[in-house]
Write a protein of this length. Structure first.
Length: 324
């Protein structure tokens, strides 16, 4: 127990330092800020959710004492809670078959565990990304006009008075950036949380501390009702006002979730290709460099949710299926 507490406190200190580094204004601090959940997630996956809880409390207390209550609350919402809960879900399993004795005096067979589905973990990541983005926007104001004005003021401060002085084209760019800012922030939150939990799982698996088998990521699928939720969120995007901004945040998060399942579909449909690694590598490179081709992955993920491309493809292939 003492070892768990020491590891938890160390993870909490590392996470708090990475989170607080943003006040320095250095470019590298932005990377550290986004990776702040990683130490607590490693602690949760390697030493249990209790470790992440202790580390999160220690980190939040330290940040609150040094920087004040707002930093403490922001850390709990954006870092500690997601790290603890996602780590808990990743290790959640239930027995599928009871252990039975072979009848010759040998020990009973260990039960087979059914682990919490990766698709549902992805849905929780989507929820955390949406909630944290909403919370950040609501600190700027409680109505659409106030939030838009605050975002515009922030962009003008970044651009600078010389560049902002000006032209109709600059005004159009600022208006466009203000419009897409909530969705862009949601996408960043979604991708950083996903990257953090994946890195934490890789680290603990490499060190032998991951207490579950590595999941088949290419088979990850969102629950069927997620598609209904996406349709409702898209409908509310046309409501106007604060409700429309919040709906845009939920829509962006869900579309990124379907984009990730779209990559799973791509990994599955290319299983039989000899140049599979080249095709996958080129696809990832194009998406990272240009960004907008991720829409193709969103469409692929949505199409799979409706038509079941992966299931149909796998049913037509003889086992075993090679790992992605």
């Amino acid at each position: 127990m003492i070892a768990i507490v020491l590891i938890a406190v160390a993870a909490g200190c590392a996470s708090a330092l990475m989170f607080a580094s943003i006040v320095s204004g250095a470019l590298i601090s932005l990377l550290l800020f986004y990776l702040a959940p990683l130490p607590l997630m490693v602690a949760a996956l390697g030493w249990g959710p209790l470790s992440a809880t202790i580390g999160g409390i220690a980190a939040a207390t330290g940040l609150g004492a040094i920087f004040g209550l707002p930093y403490c609350i922001a850390f709990v919402i954006t870092v500690a809670m997601p790290a603890w809960w996602l780590g808990h879900l990743a290790l959640l399993g239930r027995p599928m078959t009871k252990g039975v004795s072979p009848g010759n005096g040998a020990s009973p067979v260990a039960p087979t565990l059914e682990w919490y589905p990766v698709g549902r973990i992805l849905l929780w990541i989507t929820g955390f990304a949406a909630v944290t983005t909403m919370a950040a926007l609501l600190t700027l104001g409680t109505d659409a006009a106030t939030i838009t004005t605050a975002l515009r003021r922030g962009l003008l401060r970044i651009i600078g008075p010389r560049d902002a002085a000006s032209t109709g084209e600059t005004e159009q760019w600022i208006h466009a950036l203000v419009t897409v800012a909530p969705a862009a922030a949601t996408i960043v939150a979604m991708m950083t949380l996903t990257l953090n939990i994946w890195l934490a799982a890789r680290i603990t698996a490499t060190s032998g501390r991951l207490h579950r088998p590595w999941p088949d990521l290419k088979s990850a699928a969102l629950p069927p009702m997620t598609l209904v939720l996406l349709c409702v969120a898209i409908a509310f995007c046309f409501a106007g006002g604060l409700l429309a901004i919040l709906a845009q945040i939920v829509t962006a998060a869900l579309m990124m979730a379907y984009a990730l399942t779209g990559f799973g579909v791509l990994h599955t449909l290319t299983l039989a290709m000899k140049s599979r690694a080249l095709w996958l590598g080129c696809t990832y490179a194009i998406v990272v460099v240009f960004g907008w081709p991720v829409l193709a992955m969103v469409v692929l993920g949505l199409a799979d949710a409706v038509f079941g491309f992966r299931q149909r493809y796998l049913q037509g292939r003889p086992p075993p299926i090679p790992a992605s």
